[in-house]
Unconditional design. Structure first.
Ligand code: ADP
Ligand code: MG
Length: 479
C-alpha cells in the first residue's frame, strides 16, 4: 500500500460543495452508478455491512475522495474493496485515476487543510496491472492426468464424460460439461486431465486452444481488464478459445457483474460451437444465488456428479499412489488409512505422503506402529467421538423401542437383544470401560456388559442377517 501524503493537493482539492453545478450533478450520478455496481457485485449483505456508509466527498484532478466514519472502516474498505471501487469509478469516468479513502463525514470534508491521517491511496488505482497472457499449461498440474485418475463406482460416470469431452469437444449433449461434487473428490483433477489430453492431441495435429482458470481467476482478470480498459481484449481472448474451463464456479455467486460477463462469454462460445467445462461444489439446481438464466444454461448439457468415495475406491487410490511412489505399503496400513480418512482424497493422499516421507527419512519400513505414530494428530481429528447416548438412541430407533428400555430391567428378547447390541457397540466404538458402560445401562454390572459383548460376537458369527444389522448400525454411527 503506498502512502502518498504529498499527493493530497490541499489547495487544489475541489469538493462536492464547490463543484460547478453541472459537474456536481454529473459526479453524483456517477457515484450513484458506482454504488449500484458495488452493491450488485458484492451482494446486499456485504454491501450493507461495509459499504453503505461510504460517502462521496469530491474530485480533485484525477483523484476521487470517499469517506468513511471510522478509521477501522476506512482501512477495511480500502483493503477489501479499494480495487473494486477504483475499477468502477474508472469505468464511469476515465479521468479518475485514484480513489482516496478518508475518515470523516462528507459534511466535514472541506477541512482538507487539516493534516489528515496519512492519506491512503487505493493500491489498485495507481498503475493498472498489465494484462498477462494466460498460458493454459502453466496452470495445469502435471500429476492430474487421466492415467493417474483412479476410476471407481463413485466417479466412473464423471470420468467417462470427461474422457468423452477430451476426445471429441463440443459433441452435442456434452456441452457444457458440468462436474460437481464435494471438496477433494477429483473435480480439478479431471479438468486438468481434459486439458492435458487436448493439448497432447493439439501437438499431434489438430490444434485445439484451451483456457483453464478458476472462477476466482476469471473474476480477477475481468476486473483487471476493466481497470486497464482492455475488456475488449479480454473478451476477444476468451472467445477465441476452443475449450473454456472454469473451475469452482460457486465462487461467482454474489459477484453479479462478473457473472454477467461470464454469461455472455458462455453464450458466445456455445453459439460458436465451442466446448465449455465447468466445475462446482453443487449441482446447477442447488447453486442458489446464481442467476436463473445462467443456471438453466449450465444444466443444458451433461451434468455429472462425483460421489463421496467408497472404501474400495480409497484403497485403489492409495495403492495407485504407493505404487507410483515405488513404496511397499502393507495392506493393513492402506486399509487403516482408507478406513480412517473417509471424506477427502486430498487428505488421504496427504496422509500417505507423510507416511512415505517418514519411512524414507528414517529408512524404516512402514508398519501399523509407524502409521499410528506419524499420523497421530491427523487421526485424532478424524476420530469422531461417538457417545453411548448416541449409540443407544440409534439402536432404539433401529429396533423401534423406547430409549428408556436401555436402562430398564425388562428381559423380553425384543428389548434385551437391542440392549446387548448397544452395549457391544459401546465397547467397540468408544473408549469407555466395561463398568462405565454398565452404568449407562441402568447401573448394570460389568459382567453383564461382558456377557452382552460375547453373546453379540457369537451371533454375528452365526447369523449373517444379524451381522449385517449390526454392521449397518456401526456404519451409521461412524459416518
Ligand atoms: P476437487 O477439485 O474436487 O476439490 P481435486 O481434483 O483437487 O479435488 O483432488 C484432490 C486430490 O485428490 C488431488 O491430489 C487428486 O489428484 C486426488 N484425487 C481425487 N480423486 C482422485 C482419483 N479418483 N484418483 C486419483 N487421485 C484422485
Ligand atoms: Mg478443485
Amino acid at each position: 500500500m503506498s502512502l502518498e501524503i504529498g499527493s493530497m493537493r490541499n489547495g487544489e482539492a475541489v469538493l462536492n460543495s464547490s463543484l460547478p453545478r453541472q459537474d456536481e450533478v454529473g459526479m453524483a450520478e456517477q457515484w450513484a452508478r458506482v454504488r449500484a455496481r458495488l452493491q450488485a457485485e458484492v451482494g446486499d449483505v456485504e454491501y450493507r455491512t461495509w459499504l453503505k456508509q461510504l460517502a462521496f466527498a469530491g474530485l480533485a484532478g484525477d483523484e476521487v475522495t470517499v469517506m468513511l466514519p471510522t478509521r477501522f472502516l476506512r482501512d477495511w474498505v480500502n483493503k477489501e474493496y479499494g480495487e473494486l471501487i477504483s475499477v468502477f469509478w474508472q469505468a464511469e469516468n476515465p479521468a479518475v485515476k485514484r480513489v482516496e479513502f478518508r475518515t470523516g463525514s462528507p459534511a466535514r470534508a472541506p477541512s482538507l487543510a487539516e493534516p489528515a491521517a496519512p492519506a491512503l491511496v487505493a493500491p489498485a488505482a495507481t498503475a493498472p496491472m498489465p494484462a498477462r497472457p494466460e498460458q493454459p499449461a502453466a496452470a495445469l498440474d502435471q500429476r492430474f492426468t487421466f492415467e493417474t485418475f483412479v476410476v471407481g463406482k463413485p466417479n466412473e460416470f464423471a470420468y467417462a464424460c470427461a474422457r468423452r469431452v477430451a476426445e471429441a469437444p463440443a459433441t452435442a449433449g456434452f456441452n457444457p460439461l458440468f462436474l460437481y461434487g464435494g471438496v477433494g473428490l477429483g473435480k480439478t483433477h479431471l479438468m486438468h486431465a481434459i486439458a492435458w489430453e487436448l493439448s497432447t492431441r493439439s501437438r499431434a495435429g489438430a490444434p485445439v486452444s484451451v483456457a483453464y482458470m478458476s472462477a476466482e481467476k476469471f473474476m480477477y482478470r475481468f476486473i483487471n481488464a476493466l481497470r486497464s480498459q482492455s475488456t475488449l481484449e479480454f473478451k476477444n481472448e476468451l472467445r477465441s478459445v476452443d475449450v473454456l474451463m472454469i473451475d469452482d464456479l460457486q465462487f461467482l455467486i454474489g459477484k453479479d457483474n462478473t457473472q454477467e460477463e461470464f454469461f455472455h462469454t458462455f453464450n458466445a462460445l456455445v453459439e460458436a460451437g465451442k466446448q465449455i467445462v465447468i466445475s462446482a461444489d453443487k449441482s446447477p439446481s442447488d447453486l442458489s444465488g446464481l442467476e436463473d438464466r445462467l443456471r438453466t444454461r449450465l444444466g443444458c448439457g451433461m451434468v455429472a456428479d462425483l460421489h463421496a468415495t467408497t472404501f474400495e475406491l480409497r484403497i485403489s487410490i492409495l495403492e495407485a499412489k504407493a505404487q507410483r511412489a515405488g513404496v511397499e505399503v502393507p495392506t493393513k496400513v492402506l486399509e487403516f488409512l482408507a478406513r480412517k480418512i473417509t471424506t477427502n482424497n486430498r487428505e488421504l493422499e496427504g496422509a500417505l505422503n507423510r507416511l512415505i516421507a517418514h519411512a524414507n527419512l528414517f529408512d524404516r519400513s512402514l508398519t501399523m506402529e509407524t502409521a499410528h505414530e506419524v499420523l497421530h494428530d491427523l487421526l485424532k481429528a478424524h476420530d469422531r467421538k461417538v457417545s453411548i447416548q448416541e449409540i443407544q438412541k440409534r439402536v432404539c430407533e433401529h429396533y423401534n423401542i423406547r430409549v428408556a428400555e436401555m436402562s430398564s430391567a425388562r428381559r423380553a428378547r425384543n428389548i434385551a437383544r437391542p440392549r446387548q447390541i448397544a452395549m457391544y457397540l459401546a465397547k467397540q466404538l468408544t473408549s469407555k470401560s466395561l463398568p462405565d458402560i454398565g452404568r449407562h445401562f441402568g447401573d448394570r454390572d460389568h459382567t453383564t456388559v461382558m456377557h452382552a459383548v460375547s453373546r453379540v460376537t457369537e451371533l454375528i458369527a452365526q447369523d449373517a442377517a444379524f451381522a449385517e444389522d449390526v454392521e449397518l448400525l456401526r456404519r451409521m454411527l461412524e459416518s
